[in-house]
Ligand binder design. Structure first.
Ligand code: DON
Length: 305
């Protein structure tokens, strides 16, 4: 496996040149677009790695899985899906258009930016400080690393530049889809997006979801089976935004991407995978990461969709 992963990274590195790093968050624009790494966690509880597997990057949209899991576990599936839909969109992850056109003005799913903002607004915590403390605690458990923290420079960079997310949040409040202090809510969102990980933590998270919510090492139940299944279903249909359909055809594994270049993938009952490659396609998904997942899926016969 180790050898296969090193070979896949070497083969796929050239694919990175067709993409570009996220430039709308200045801190992310500093990344090296040729970086590429992968970690795999199998049922034998062994991690295998290739390339830049241990290089830290920020979770970005992958963090939406953490707060969604928290919201479903604490508030229940029915409550959560009264406030956000569960359908894919053919629009970019930060699109505002459909929010105004469709009634009720409810984000189409919890993995687009508007949906993630509504999810955070449902959590019953007083302010961003308390909210992010709980999100971080959940992230540490679901990522299998107690040392997970927020990468401050990325948080500040996004906070200073995110006019689009501000627009989404204020629009949502204006139509009653979101309540409370918008800046305080955005603060939690920027911090959760800036949680720093490596592919190893993503492989762990992928395995927790692959095992229907069980910690692969301790055997402890971290999420209800139903919660893990909801997350996997949303990953399969909405995890790569308007690229989800093509990814399902090419790779066939539930996955979630982030503009930091990470993708987490969960092969039910078998494997958790984390990939990292900061060069993105036009939809905000890692080109090198998708190439590695496509080859790994084909060679390991991992397709489930
Ligand atoms: O809100 C944003 O735009 C970023 N913090 C996260 C977006 C993202 O990761 C989209 N995923 N591919």
């Amino acid at each position: 496996m180790q050898e296969l992963l090193c070979r896949l990274v070497a083969e796929c590195r050239d694919a990175c040149s067709s993409g570009g790093v996220a430039s709308y968050i200045p801190e992310l624009a500093k990344a090296d677009p040729r970086m590429l790494g992968v970690s795999v966690l199998t049922t034998e509880r062994t991690f295998f790695q290739g390339g830049d597997a241990s290089f830290p990057f920020t979770m970005q949209s992958i963090s939406k899985l953490i707060s969604l899991a928290l919201a479903i576990e604490e508030l229940g599936e029915d409550h959560v899906f009264e406030r956000v839909g569960m359908d894919p969109t053919a629009d970019p992850f930060n699109s505002i258009m459909r929010l105004e056109m469709v009634r009720p003005h409810r984000p189409q799913n919890p993995l687009i930016n508007a949906g993630a903002l509504v999810i955070l607004s449902l959590l019953p915590y007083r302010d961003s400080k308390t909210r992010i403390a709980v999100v971080l605690a959940w992230a540490r458990r679901l990522l299998g690393n107690n040392a997970i923290t927020v990468h401050e420079p990325t948080y500040i960079s996004e906070k200073n530049t995110s006019d689009r997310n501000r627009s989404l949040a204020f629009f949502l409040r204006s139509v009653g889809s979101l309540k409370g202090d918008v800046e305080d809510l955005l603060d939690t969102y920027f911090r959760q997006c800036s949680m720093s990980v490596t592919t190893k933590e993503l492989a762990f998270l992928g395995m927790v979801l692959a095992l229907d919510g069980i910690d692969p090492f301790s055997g402890e139940r971290l999420l209800r089976r139903a919660t893990a299944r909801v997350l996997r279903a949303l990953m399969a249909t909405c995890g790569l935004y308007d690229g989800s359909g093509e990814f399902a055809v090419r790779v066939g594994i539930p996955a979630k991407s982030g503009v930091g270049g990470g993708i987490v993938a969960a092969v039910p009952g078998r494997m958790g995978i984390g990939v990292f490659g900061p060069a993105l396609d036009g939809k905000g998904n890692s080109v090198g990461g998708m190439a590695v997942l496509e080859h790994l899926s084909a060679r390991g016969n991992l397709r489930v969709l």
